[in-house]
Ligand binder design. Structure first.
Ligand code: SF4
Ligand code: SF4
Length: 165
């Protein structure tokens, strides 16, 4: 597995190959087969790797919150809704969503999340490799593989699985 600081440069070198791989995955295997293999690799890689060695995602993304996240986190902090929003969130005009700006204020020095059991849904779902219909989101997967060592490794192992060069 690559070190968190190595992922962006390694992924940049794979850009052309990854574009060809997207076309391959859309043309040859069935969508079910791609999903099955990605799902197997997802569980395998998350069993092998501790995210507290990384926290890249918590440092680089704006984290979009849904209404449930906002209510839950305001309650957790024992703050009125507006006070919580003012202190922790920014409004994104483009997506019309409240977001936690990067680096996330809930990320601790040891890379642990201070609100882990209550973290936003998007943090639970990231890097989205356990979702169905991955074949329809391959561009997103390749872009995530520029940030996330697990996603990067998953793409590389998937290539080996399909003997793609
Ligand atoms: S809420 Fe927690 S898991 Fe989500 S970005 Fe912040 S530190 Fe990371
Ligand atoms: S999900 Fe990916 S980017 Fe986020 S901490 Fe885990 S390995 Fe790093």
């Amino acid at each position: 597995m690559l070190q968190p600081g190595e992922v962006a440069a390694a992924a940049a070198k794979k850009q052309k190959q990854n574009s060809r791989f997207i076309n391959y995955l859309k043309s040859f295997p069935t969508a079910d087969d791609v999903d099955r293999r990605i799902s197997r690799l997802h569980w395998q890689l998350f069993a092998e790797y501790q995210c507290t060695n990384c926290a890249n995602c918590c440092r680089v993304y704006n984290v979009a919150l849904n209404n449930e996240d906002i209510f839950r986190l305001a309650e957790l902090h024992d703050m009125p809704l507006q006070a919580f929003v003012d202190e922790f969130l920014v409004w994104d005009e483009q997506s019309s969503e409240y977001e936690i700006p990067p680096p996330c204020k809930f990320l601790q020095e040891n890379n642990a999340c201070s609100i882990y059991p209550h973290r936003p849904q998007t943090c639970i779902d990231y890097p989205y490799t356990q979702r169905p219909d991955r074949v329809f989101h391959l561009h997103s997967l390749m872009s995530i593989a520029e940030v996330c060592p697990i996603a990067y490794e998953l793409v590389e192992r998937l290539k080996k699985d399909y003997q793609f060069k």
